[in-house]
Design a protein around this ligand. Structure first.
Ligand code: UD1
Ligand code: CA
Length: 419
């Protein structure tokens, strides 16, 4: 989009209220650090010049920042205005407006930002801010309006008097401002407040006092404006994001039975006409094909792929495993670091013992194998095409069951060779 818009994303804060060793913006929403949702927005809007401000544990946060973002370091966390000051030199030589975003607003949508930028460019205002009206506005900065109802400032809750605290219109923290005005006036911000910080929000009053125009755009879906400051807010955001993710799958032709009980991480892929039953957890980097049936009570962990028409029933855990099409695993199994071919039948209670205390080892089960109930496979091991294991067999480390063979017992011995 607009070439004359650059962005600054603030992500230097510690996140005191999270009470965490982990920097706030790295806390995960549906399996993904919250800051990454914000970074997606500017990429989707095709904004070219973007600066992320890092500070607290910058090295750790840097690891999740994708290519194409400039990074500014805020040495001392002296407030949001100070963070923007650190970013501005990285945008030297660029004119136009700057979109300011905070790294703790993962629920904001692209369309909303597009509207905000559209209004800002069309109206020619010096600053355009996204506001929201909340029944319980606590924690947010309140929007101050003059007697002609023009925005004349923002007061932070900590510094607000009782009258100001009653104001229901809040600052989402998302705004677009002309760069020359910002650069000129930001220097005048002083830490005259309860927190002794340089508040970026003071720029509103400075622009107003200097005869500039500050405009607001009200957000209709107030969830979008939510800034995550505490674990309670994090849980709320996760619930909302999960709703969005599940709804998108349903729109794409996936049935989710009892959606509130199904947890699917960001970036998971599921093919059409698959059905996900209640109490199922699907983690990062999982791919499910078409017409699969998963759950109830299934746990698909990272790096798992189910090809089409796989039936994965109740109480199954998968991790880093590939399951071929039309393979059935209907009842309680642990399948770790395993490659299973197509049309195999994996009996109830099958366990792949993938961890030997030091390493994770691979199990291979070929097409049309029939693994009897309660088979334990101590990896690394291999079960050939159409091979059969008897109920309760234990396949030992490095055992290689040949195609068509039948084995049984503890440890498993050949009871029938391939005809
Ligand atoms: C801020 C706004 C408030 C608004 C709210 C919306 C200010 C002073 N207040 O309050 O008006 O209603 O967001 O969610 O801006 N950060 C830095 N460096 C710093 C301090 C913060 O980079 O020195 C970053 C944080 O990492 C965070 C963002 O700025 O991503 C906002 O900081 P936070 O402390 O969450 O501000 P709020 O108190 O929520
Ligand atoms: Ca915040």
């Amino acid at each position: 989009m607009k070439n004359n818009i650059a962005s600054i994303i603030l992500a230097a804060g510690k996140g005191e209220r999270m009470k965490s060793e982990t920097p706030k913006v790295l806390h995960r929403v549906c399996g993904r650090p919250m800051v990454n949702y914000v970074l997606d927005l500017v990429k989707e809007l095709k904004i070219k010049n973007n600066v992320v401000v890092l500070g607290h544990k910058a090295e750790e946060v840097k690891k999740v920042i994708p290519e194409g973002f400039k990074i500014a370091i805020q040495k001392k966390l002296a407030g949001t205005a100070d963070a923007v000051k650190e970013a501005l030199p990285k945008l030297a030589g660029i004119s136009g407006s700057i979109l300011v975003l905070y790294g703790d607003i993962p629920l904001l949508k692209k369309e909303t930002l597009k509207n905000l930028l559209g209004q800002h460019v069309n109206s020619g205002a010096d600053l355009t801010v996204l506001t929201a009206t909340l029944d319980k506005p606590s924690g947010y900065g309140r929007i101050l309006r003059d007697r002609y109802s023009a925005i004349c400032g923002i007061v932070e809750e900590k510094d607000a008097d009782d009258f100001e605290k009653d104001i229901k219109e809040i600052n989402t923290g998302i705004f677009c401002v002309k760069k020359d005005k910002l650069e000129k006036l930001i220097k005048r911000i002083r830490p005259n407040n309860r927190k002794k910080e340089y508040y970026l929000t003071d720029i509103f009053n400075l622009i107003y006092k200097n005869g500039g125009v500050v405009e607001g755009m009200k957000i209709s879906d107030i969830d979008e404006a939510m800034g995550i400051n505490s674990r309670v807010e994090l849980a709320k955001a996760i619930r909302i994001m999960q709703g969005r993710i599940n709804e998108k799958f349903m729109q794409q032709g996936v049935t989710i039975v009892a959606s509130d009980s199904v947890f699917i991480n960001f970036g998971v892929k599921i093919g059409t006409d698959s059905v996900i039953y209640p109490f199922t957890v699907i983690e990062n980097d999982v791919k499910i094909g078409k017409r699969c049936s998963v759950g109830p009570f299934a746990h698909l962990r990272e790096g798992t792929e189910l090809k089409d028409e796989v039936l994965a029933g109740n109480f199954i855990e998968f991790v880093r495993s590939r399951i071929g099409s039309k393979t059935f695993l209907k009842h309680f199994c642990y399948i770790g670091d395993t490659h299973i071919g197509s049309k195999a039948n994996i009996g109830a209670g099958t366990v792949t013992a993938n961890f030997d205390g030091q390493n994770k080892n691979l199990t291979e089960i070929k097409d049309s194998a029939f693994v009897g109930c309660d088979t334990i496979i101590v990896a690394p091991a291999k079960i050939g095409k159409s091979a059969v294991t008897g109920a309760g067999s234990v396949i030992l480390r490095h055992q290689n069951i040949k195609d068509g063979e039948t084995v049984a017992g503890v440890p498993a011995k050949i009871i029938k060779r391939k005809r």
